[in-house]
Ligand binder design. Structure first.
Ligand SMILES: Cc1cc2nc3c(=O)[nH]c(=O)nc-3n(C[C@H](O)[C@H](O)[C@H](O)COP(=O)(O)O)c2cc1C
Length: 325
């Protein structure tokens, strides 16, 4: 389990415990003590199994748009179990959510020490790219390799999107951002290019209030804006209707745009299309023409609560090469 740690003394205790167990990488007392001291003010995650801390990771802001993976350590006996990967995923989620654009990490360049070759391979496997080597940054025995990763790539945004059902801040969402999100939706592919999906952006507090009143059980009550997704169930050709596929592609595009712009959302479809037909009540509030159905609402706003990725099946359970077995 990955825990976000806020208490400064707990951060120092965990970082000391882990770094002192990793003397191959953190043998210089002075720099190890510096990592430990600095960790108390940094965003900090610990990987915890029962009552054992398996590893930790800290981030440090190095520029307005850039975070640095300041230090991470995983106990040797816990290597190759996905602990580092899970720690990094949590930290990356956080950096994306806080609207940082890049994340960098420094290590001793490949080809100098075997232990650091493993570290280099690990960072590359996470998606870091080599930026530059600074031979004298630390000292000539430890040439510094800087790796960088863009947090704004489609692949990163996909892996950091999760359904958010917590509280939103009251900060209004600028209209230009709502337009960018809606454009991402209508830019999605559609069967035979029939473009069966339309959206209504709702940011008027009065209209928003009327929609929220219909949401029973209540969801998205604090959202400062909402995208209502409409579909027109027409055939693409012969008797083939692709309206569901069309609006699904549009919704996913909008969810990704929402996350990339630093907001959160959730695909609320089941909730509003059940037997109580909340969708029809929403349609009446926003004057949707008869030939369209409301199928989904996407709240848009800045998250106030912490949230975590839901557990998903293992990659190997769902992805195969060339044949089922
Ligand atoms: C077609 C569809 C309908 C959904 N309807 C709801 C819903 O009504 N309420 C809700 O809380 N989440 C809803 N979700 C979100 C899913 O519960 C969520 O995607 C899933 O649990 C996986 O979590 P993730 O989005 O964080 O990966 C819906 C998702 C899809 C694709």
């Amino acid at each position: 389990m990955i825990r976000f740690i806020e208490e400064p003394n707990e951060k120092k205790k965990i970082s000391r415990e882990i770094l002192e167990s990793l003397k191959e990488w953190f043998e210089v007392d002075e720099s190890r003590e510096q990592y430990i001291a600095e960790s108390e003010d940094q965003p900090f995650w610990a990987a915890v199994e029962g009552d054992k801390n398996e590893g930790f990771l800290c981030l440090k802001e190095t520029g307005k748009q850039t975070m640095e993976l300041a230090v991470m350590g995983v106990r040797k006996e816990c290597h190759r179990k996905g602990v580092g990967r899970r720690l990094f995923a949590a930290a990356k989620d956080y950096a994306v959510r806080m609207c940082y654009e890049f994340i960098q990490v420094k290590t001793v360049k490949s080809g100098v020490y075997e232990d650091y070759d493993i570290t280099n391979a690990f960072y590359r496997s996470l998606g870091f790219k080599e930026l530059e080597v600074f031979p004298d940054y630390w000292d000539e025995l430890n040439p510094c390799q800087i790796y960088v990763m863009s947090l704004k790539s489609a692949i990163n945004t996909i892996s950091t999107r999760h359904s958010y059902r917590g509280k939103f801040s009251s900060e209004t969402v600028p209209e230009e951002d709502l337009i960018t999100i809606a454009r991402a939706g209508i830019d999605a592919p559609s069967g035979c290019n029939k473009q069966t999906t339309d959206v209504v952006i709702v940011n008027d507090p009065e209209v928003l209030g009327k929609i929220k009143e219909q949401l029973d059980p209540p969801v998205a009550q604090t959202a400062p804006a909402m995208i209502v997704v409409l579909t027109r169930r027409i055939n693409a050709y012969r008797d083939r209707c692709f309206a569901i596929q069309d609006y699904s592609a549009a919704i996913e595009n909008m969810l990704l745009a929402i996350v990339e712009l630093g907001y959160q959302s959730c695909w609320y479809e089941g909730h509003i299309t059940d037997v109580d037909r909340i969708c029809d009540k929403i349609a009446a509030i926003i004057n949707v023409p008869e030939e369209y159905d409301v199928v989904c609402i996407l709240p848009v706003g800045k998250a106030e609560d912490e949230f975590h990725a839901p557990s998903k099946k293992a990659f190997s359970e769902r992805v195969r090469f060339n044949s089922w077995n």
